[in-house]
Design a protein around this ligand. Structure first.
Ligand SMILES: Cc1cc2nc3c(=O)[nH]c(=O)nc-3n(C[C@H](O)[C@H](O)[C@H](O)COP(=O)(O)O)c2cc1C
Length: 350
């Protein structure tokens, strides 16, 4: 089996190369997941604190994917992925959810190796048909997780990614080959690799495949899709941003500004750059920035504040290439077809 269709058995509805939407907490709900799956990608629902709400989302997805499911070898398996932010999540409640809904993929992120191992084992017991994918952002984490958990795929998240990720990271251009070499040296090169971070179109997808992955995950690109649940003002800020490396920044301040930061110190996050970030970078302490923000938001002149200053708008460096709203199904098909065309052109050297 070619490395491009390694998901043929586990995700039989998926067209090659695999295109998935990132399970973006709060933004990727069943509506997006259904649209991406029906376009032959892996649709995913993002982490929710409220497991009852998530259960309703999964039920809605099941109702809307009935026709597709009836054509699949195992019609009980729900052809979508579910994201879990592992640290702080109650494992038993999640396992009950997985047992009931049998998602095709559970995507684990943000925890140490030991916790990842416990979750992987528990998921396999609760729902044996479910494949466990782990997202991580360093060579060491990839090796440790592969050795301890043997997940079904490793999602390698580069530092261009929007949202949370490893504070000390590398772009996928160096991360993926180093992870692949390291796994090979340890005799563990069979695991499918999936790329995430800065990929927004067929060019990035073709590049990620050339780096040795079997598919890509996009978050920022799907923020432009109407099926993604974000306020229009947030989407407009994404569509208007340009020069992604300048327009976004990685920092822990995006979590610290709203109260105690519960995120483990390994992680920070990439957002649209704003006044909060600029003040923090110039040395102002968080207490002072909080008090400035509260006065600015509630006092006279608040109308001059930018939407980016009033909330943390998570987005990756690819944001400058995302220019217009497009349906999720069009995004999946266009990116897939363009990537294949580019690979063919490169193979023919024209
Ligand atoms: C708005 C937003 C929310 C995100 N939420 C999550 C999350 O809940 N869990 C997770 O593992 N990753 C999350 N991510 C990171 C994605 O999984 C993925 O690594 C990232 O979107 C890839 O980079 P890109 O945004 O450049 O495509 C989020 C990303 C964004 C943009």
């Amino acid at each position: 089996m070619s490395f491009l269709n390694v998901f043929k058995n586990s995700l039989p509805w998926v067209h090659s190369p695999l295109i998935a939407n990132a399970p973006m907490s709060g933004a990727a709900t069943s509506e997006l997941a259904i649209a991406v799956t029906l376009a032959g990608g892996l649709g995913q629902i993002g982490f929710m604190d409220d497991i009852r709400e998530l259960s309703k989302e999964l039920q809605f997805a099941r109702e809307n994917l009935q026709d597709l499911m009836a054509t699949l070898p195992n019609p009980q398996v729900l052809p979508i992925g579910v994201g879990v932010i592992v640290f702080g999540s109650p494992m038993e409640a999640w396992m009950r959810l997985f047992k009931t809904h049998q998602p095709a993929v559970v995507w684990l992120s943000f925890a140490g190796t030991d916790e990842m191992r416990k979750w992987t084992e528990a998921i396999r017991q609760a729902s044996p048909e479910t494949r466990v994918w782990v997202q991580l952002g360093s060579v060491k984490a990839a090796l440790d997780v592969e050795q301890a958990c043997h997940p079904d795929a490793l999602v390698l998240q580069g530092s261009d990614a929007g949202g949370h990720g490893h504070q000390n990271g590398a772009s996928i251009v160096s991360l993926i080959p180093e992870v692949a070499d390291t796994l090979l040296e340890h005799g563990m090169s069979n695991i499918p690799l999936v790329a995430a971070g800065g990929i927004v179109d067929g060019r990035g997808t073709a590049a990620a495949l050339a780096l040795g992955t079997s598919g890509v995950v996009m978050g920022t690109r799907f923020l432009a899709a109407p099926e993604t649940h974000i306020p229009q003002i947030y989407r407009d800020a994404i569509l208007n941003a340009s020069d992604g490396g300048q327009a976004t920044a990685r920092s822990r301040v995006f979590d610290e500004i709203w109260g105690p930061n519960f995120w483990p110190t390994t992680y920070d996050g990439r957002c649209l750059r704003n006044k909060v970030y600029d003040q923090y970078a110039s040395g102002m302490n968080v207490e002072k920035i909080r008090s400035w923000l509260s006065t600015a938001m509630n006092g006279p002149g608040s109308e001059s504040l930018n939407i980016q200053d009033m909330g943390s708008i998570w987005a990756g460096t690819g944001v400058g290439i995302v220019r217009r709203m497009e349906r999720a199904s069009d995004i999946v098909r266009d990116v897939r077809e363009d990537a294949l065309k580019r690979i063919d052109a490169l193979a023919r050297r024209n």
